[in-house]
Design a protein around this ligand. Structure first.
Ligand code: ZN
Length: 435
């Protein structure tokens, strides 16, 4: 993009005045940001670092690392045997220029091939210029617009200033793997707590936050790196919501082992109405244990609450049920060891449903106005449940365990048919009283 505003023109001139990335920096990168690799090919190990190859005594292809017998390097095994190997990493160089903090982002390649020592290639692909107010303007070389790959750079295009919202595109949001240790930062950043580490946070994000957000400054100065990372990683709102607890953490110099678990744990503390300014709650010695204990406690509580709610629900249903079907209560037919009786309690519907594995309780048969539900028992054990239509005075269904007929099915039906008139009597008696 062609620089238009004064700021853009000034930054473009400043950017052009920066010295190129020095060979010292590139040498540091070659040594420090890559792994050393080996590959197994036709029963031989190849060190991709020193070009040595050797036949091992016993080949364990599945091991992840091996040691080179010549350069003694610890080598990571390549999982694929191919001709060319490459490793790609980003690193950053931190400089200052004309009152700006500059973050230079460099892509580095390591090319490897069996029987050769590796070759390297570095290219500066982005620059972030941060002013004292924390505003960021970025430069970038061109990219292949159709690709989302991390290295789809057009290496022969120049660094150009980009629009203000450039970094909103996640593709350009690069957090370099390492920072060149010879760091130069603005005095203002030092005043706001920056010492010498970016704590795995993208440097441009850390710097602009330290210049604009007192919360970031507080967390950094209190050495709460985990919280700071979490805070800057799109969870600002949540850290702010928990600010009371965060203050307790800072006051007690507490190290949060896992911020997400800790937040979960805070939710639980809140649920149990615990004081979030009290270190004995907020800063547990063993976070996972404390978290698990509260999870267990809450689960137990919810279970009890559910049972309690169910009990209340049953009581309510019982009142309705009794007023609907009371006239049938006490009906009892018996023949030898088989007895059939009207179910009188909603609680017994639950028992019947549990015993026979059907839905007479779950589907609230006790609330069906036109139905009368009876239970057939042999030796006090439910064997079938019967639904009778009161308006048609007929058996709608008669089902045993898991809705299958029991071996008493025929006997039950015949006993019922003989006694339907007694149900009818009770129905008519009631009607007479009403009329
Ligand atoms: Zn070697």
């Amino acid at each position: 993009m062609i620089p238009k505003t004064n700021i853009e023109k000034q930054l473009t001139a400043l950017s052009a005045s920066l010295a190129p990335i020095t060979p010292e920096v590139e040498a540091w990168a070659e040594k420090n940001i890559f792994l050393n690799w080996a590959v197994l090919s036709r029963g031989k190990f190849y060190c991709l670092q020193c070009a040595h190859s050797w036949k091992p005594d016993n080949v364990s292809a599945c091991s992840k690392f091996t040691n080179c017998t010549a350069c003694k390097g610890k080598l990571k095994m390549q999982s694929y045997n191919q001709v060319h190997f490459k490793e790609v990493e980003y690193f950053a160089v931190l400089e200052t220029c004309a009152g700006y903090q500059v973050v230079r982002v460099v892509i580095a390649y390591k090319h490897m091939k069996k029987n050769f020592t590796p070759t390297y290639f570095c290219k500066e692909v982005m620059q972030h210029w941060i002013n004292q107010k924390g505003d960021v303007r970025s430069f970038s070389i061109g990219t292949n617009v159709f690709s989302n790959a991390i290295d789809a750079w057009k290496f022969y295009s120049p660094l150009e200033i980009k629009p203000k919202d450039f970094l909103r595109n996640a593709k350009y949001y690069i957090n370099p793997y390492k920072v060149y240790p010879n760091i130069k930062v603005l005095a203002l950043l030092k005043r706001n707590g920056f010492k010498n580490s970016v704590y795995n946070i993208a440097p441009h994000l850390l710097f602009s936050s330290l210049l604009t957000d007192p919360t970031a400054e507080t967390l950094l100065k209190a050495k709460q790196q985990n919280l700071l990372q979490y805070y800057l990683g799109a969870s600002r709102q949540r850290v702010k919501q928990n600010w009371q607890a965060v203050k307790t953490v800072i006051r007690n110099n507490y190290n949060i082992a896992d911020v997400q678990i800790w937040e979960d744990y805070l939710e639980l503390l809140r649920y149990f109405k615990k004081d979030l300014s009290c270190a004995s709650f907020v800063c547990p010695e063993n976070l996972t244990q404390a978290h698990d204990r509260l999870v267990q406690k809450k689960r137990e509580l919810l279970r009890k609450k559910k049972l309690h709610d169910l009990r209340l629900e049953i009581e309510k249903a019982q009142k309705r049920y009794a007023s609907d079907k009371k006239r049938f209560f006490g009906l009892f037919f018996k023949e030898k060891e088989l007895s059939i009786s009207v179910i009188e309690n909603v609680r017994d519907f639950m028992q019947e449903g549990d015993d026979l594995g059907h839905c007479v309780f779950t589907n609230e048969y006790y609330d069906r106005k036109d139905s009368l539900i009876l239970s057939a028992k042999v030796a006090d054990q439910s064997v079938e449940t019967i639904e009778i239509s009161l308006s048609r005075m007929e058996i709608l269904q008669c089902r045993g365990f898991k809705n299958k007929p029991s071996k008493h099915h025929k006997q039950i039906l015949s006993l019922l048919s003989q006694n339907l008139y007694r149900i009818k009597e009770r129905l008519q008696k009631k009607k007479k009283i009403v009329s």
